[in-house]
Design a protein around this ligand. Structure first.
Ligand code: B12
Ligand code: SF4
Length: 500
């Protein structure tokens, strides 16, 4: 069967560097294992118009991925495809997976969309492909309308999907249990991507040493539920691959694909310490520890020990991120981070002691934040003194507790899914005394106070990444530190350049 997987083009490409989509890479790999012919159309890097591509390739099924800011573009792509080619279209990813807000139905209701896969996609995708293939085999006259005919009941019994039958009825099947054995999954199918077209192969390591970086996922899910975190895709059950299985893919990335740097994308990689210690030993034994690697999304500070970090350092770990979020003890409790500031201090100290670089993820504008608590956040970042402090302006994603809080007690300032990005440094909501002006002011102050100190300036200019990404670093610095009017002008200029 001919399978087409699409990453929709992102509306504002400013500073969103392009990177192969790992979720699609997994879906593509599992489809190939089933025997399908697979193409990836990543609209961020393709030159050919989508409709032209579809008419050439003539897919039997199309899958489109969508996070919240991408979802409207996903619908546009679906409508465009349907206007030229009759094919079942499936949408999956973090946005349509939020059933507490009926966002599966929101997508399935769109004229071009037939099915939604909720949550982890591999098993549902295979079930869908198998049903389509079986249907095509038995039909002389194949059409999506016939495939979605309620009388045929083709989609009944597949867990994890929502769909629209051709009478316009919407259906939501039961939840799909998490994939139990992650070792059973194939490796991401990077060979199907136009790798030379991406600005960086791994979204966050940023060519720390100016080299070729790849992503790896060693575990899925997170047993925590912080109030701001969008966890619609991965179930609360944390599952991991065995160290041996991870090692095999790691070797493949280094030896076959030439990875000179690896970014571990897990939500919470260190939930089981013993597993990481074993992985570290294997990387050392297999002489893979010369390739630097990074925990890009943060590991849990409460599970960090000196022994663990030292061994990981010996295994090649260069840098690790931590979700610190706020410097205010009350707010730290309220966001349900299940950690205290002393534990975070200790984790940063251990990393410094074993000479690991650190990233602190901080949030400005949490519900309940005031000028004073946001200043606590800035002060705490300065006290921890990581190599990188990443301050994000709180964006409430549907399905999170913060989203509920803002709906109940706040004022959302955005009403279009395409605005659910935090690139533009504009506050997304107001609550009580916390106005947009205050949050934006404190956001700029956070970057100024943290980075415009001699230590961080010196540290940044000493990294190769700073020089490799100099134009982008200058653009970000200008946008962060410039007054608003100049920033708007600069943004318009960058946008105009991106469109032309
Ligand atoms: C790496 C990453 C990035 C990278 C690369 C994103 C990419 N293109 O892959 C970068 C840094 C660019 C990034 C940017 C953003 N990200 Co991000 N990112 C992640 C992260 C940490 C890992 C993604 C990943 O590879 N997961 C592993 C793969 C296997 O999972 P997956 O991609 O979701 O795919 C699985 C399922 O979703 C499903 N599926 C997905 N698509 C489809 C399609 C079909 C047809 C089917 C059947 C199934 C299916 O099946 C897949 C396999 O199981 C996730 C957190 C997380 N745990 O996933 C956040 C996450 C996806 N990001 C998030 C956000 C908010 C953003 C930004 C909007 C932030 C911003 N700056 O404003 C931007 C959006 C930029 C953009 N261009 O879209 C949110 C999304 C929330 C939401 N409701 O949309 C997440 C969930 C983080 C969080 N917990 O809040 N991100
Ligand atoms: S912020 Fe981190 S620890 Fe909290 S729920 Fe999200 S992934 Fe888990």
């Amino acid at each position: 069967m001919r399978v087409l997987l699409i990453n929709p083009r992102f509306r504002l490409p400013i500073d969103t560097r392009t990177t192969p989509h790992l979720g699609l890479a997994y879906l593509a790999a599992i489809s190939e294992r089933r025997g399908d012919e697979v193409r990836i159309f990543d609209a961020d890097v393709e030159d050919q118009p989508l409709d032209e591509f579809v008419l050439e390739y003539k897919p039997h099924v199309v899958g489109i991925t969508a996070n919240t800011p991408q979802v409207k573009q996903a619908w546009r792509h679906a409508a465009k495809i349907k206007s030229v080619w009759d094919v079942p279209i499936v949408i999956g990813g973090p946005h349509p997976s939020v059933i507490s807000e009926d966002l599966d139905f929101e997508s399935v209701r769109q004229p071009g969309v037939d099915l939604v896969v909720r949550g982890e996609g591999e098993e549902s995708w295979i079930d869908i492909c198998e049903r389509i293939e079986a249907f095509m085999r038995d039909q002389d006259d194949y059409s999506t309308t016939a495939l979605m005919d309620p009388a045929k009941g083709i989609w009944e019994g597949i867990p994890g999907i929502s769909y629209k039958t051709s009478d316009g009825e919407l259906h939501r099947n039961s939840e799909r249990p998490p994939i139990a054995d992650l070792d059973s999954l194939p490796w991401p199918a990077y060979h199907l991507f136009k790798m030379d077209k991406y600005t960086n192969l791994q979204p966050a390591t940023d060519k720390v040493d100016g080299s070729k970086s790849f992503s790896i996922l060693t575990s899925r899910g997170c047993p925590y539920r912080c109030t701001f975190c969008s966890q619609s895709i991965m179930p609360i059950k944390w599952r991991s691959r065995t160290p041996e299985n991870v090692l095999a893919e790691w070797k493949h990335l280094v030896e076959d694909l030439g990875a000179q740097e690896i970014g571990v994308l897990d939500d919470s990689a260190n939930i089981r310490k013993e597993r990481l210690l074993k992985l570290a030993d294997l990387l050392i034994e297999n002489n893979l520890n010369h390739v630097p690697w990074i925990f890009v999304n943060g590991i849990r500070a409460n599970i960090v020990t000196h022994e663990l970090m030292l061994r990981l350092k010996q295994a090649g770990l260069r840098r690790t991120a931590f979700g610190v979020e706020t410097g205010n003890p009350e707010l730290l409790k309220k966001i349900d981070k299940k950690i205290d500031h002393d534990t975070i201090r200790k984790a940063f100290k251990i990393c410094k002691d074993v000479d690991l670089e650190t990233i602190a993820f901080m949030i400005i504008g949490l519900p309940g934040d005031t000028r004073e608590t946001m200043q606590d956040t800035i002060n705490f970042a300065i006290e921890l003194d990581p190599l990188i402090a990443n301050f994000s302006m709180m964006t409430p994603y549907p399905g999170t507790i913060v989203w509920e809080q803002v709906k109940r007690q706040g004022r959302m300032l955005i009403h279009d899914w395409e605005d659910y990005v935090f690139f533009e440094q504009r506050a997304r909501f107001e609550m009580g005394e916390m106005t947009a002006e205050l949050v934006e002011e404190m956001y700029r102050r956070a970057y100024r106070q943290f980075y415009l100190r001699p230590g961080p300036i010196l540290r940044r200019v000493k990294t190769r990444d700073f020089w490799f990404n100099l134009p982008r670093n200058i653009r970000i610095a200008l946008r962060t530190f410039l007054p608003k009017a100049e920033k708007t002008a600069l943004r318009k200029k960058i946008e105009a350049e991106a469109i032309s």
